[in-house]
Design a protein around this ligand. Structure first.
Ligand SMILES: O=C(O)CCC(=O)/C=C/C=C(\O)C(=O)O
Length: 287
């Protein structure tokens, strides 16, 4: 499959999942045909989706012979909406279990970005037999930062955009996502704003969820030693959403983890340093 052979629309799929108390329709993108599958889980910003977060990272994996599944978590993009009163990390893990069962995938590698990384760790703890290797970027556990006041600047901007979804608030948030904002185009802003405004129900339910339970992403630090999977941690040195000492906490707790820190990089390492990130991921998955 070549770069021009796939698009969001041509790879868009829906699945009905019933997993425990969850009964909902999930949207996902399905690309490639390899024997091994890589699942990508997006972050929690308004208008995020698998495609929005990972469109620069799909092609090298597909060309290397992996099947790639981008799951849109409940409450994002074209998946059903939901109010999360408990741990959203665990809710997303449960949704992923349901999707993998529908797709008959027994074991997958997972790349998680921010909330997606928190959810990857929740999945690894709940369903250890279903995981291959893990790649966690800008997340993996909630909990305190020893150095940066919380909520961080970036998380406050996410909250402001959820409550008041204007182009001005979107630009404020996205300028903090990245180290170098010169790559953010008007087209990117407009696409993201269209995604945001197309699902007001998701926005309202995220605000409701955060009011019901401000700690949507619990601290897994005390359980990290249970995860035996090879894990690549990737952080931006200038991450203003989830500070880099969270990466150090993960490195200390996960027995088989290694950490790579990009300099001149914010919260979107997979986008800001896509070529190097893609090479590192392929090397990690194939060796
Ligand atoms: O609150 C947290 O710990 C997670 C924050 C988070 O998931 C932010 C992600 C932002 C994006 O990657 C996005 O919106 O595209």
């Amino acid at each position: 499959m070549t770069a021009t052979a796939f698009s969001e629309a041509s790879t868009s799929r829906f699945a009905r999942i019933k997993e425990g108390d969850l009964d909902l329709q999930l949207h996902y993108n399905d690309l490639g045909e390899g024997a091994e599958t890589v699942v990508m889980l997006h972050g929690s910003g308004p208008g995020a989706s698998g495609w929005a977060n990972f469109n620069r990272n799909i092609e090298p994996l597909v060309n290397a012979g992996f099947r790639v599944i981008l799951m849109d978590c409940p409450g994002w993009s074209k998946s059903d909406t939901i109010v999360s009163e408990g741990s959203r990390s665990n809710l997303n893990a449960q949704a992923l279990k349901g999707l993998l069962d529908v797709l008959k995938l027994t074991r997958v590698h997972i790349i998680g970005n921010s909330m997606g990384a928190h959810s990857t760790v929740a999945f690894a703890l709940e369903y250890p037999e279903r995981i291959g290797k893990l790649i966690l970027m800008g997340g993996g556990t909630g909990g305190p930062s020893a150095f940066v006041p919380q909520p961080t600047e970036g998380i406050k901007l996410i909250g402001a955009l959820y409550r008041d979804p204007t182009i001005e608030n979107l630009k404020k948030m996205m300028n903090v996502f990245v180290f170098d904002a010169s790559g953010l185009t008007d087209e990117l802003f407009q696409t993201r704003l269209d995604n945001i405004l197309s699902r007001r129900d998701h926005l309202e339910n995220f605000v409701k969820s955060s009011t019901l339970n401000p700690k949507q992403f619990p601290d897994f630090s005390h359980r990290l030693h249970e995860i035996n999977a090879d894990t690549l941690l990737v952080w931006g040195r200038e991450d203003r959403f989830v500070p880099m000492d969270t990466g150090l906490r993960l490195l200390a707790g996960l027995p088989r983890a290694q950490l790579h820190v990009f300099n001149r990089c914010g919260h979107w390492a997979q986008w800001e340093h896509a070529d190097k990130f893609n090479r590192m991921v392929l090397d990690f998955l194939t060796h």
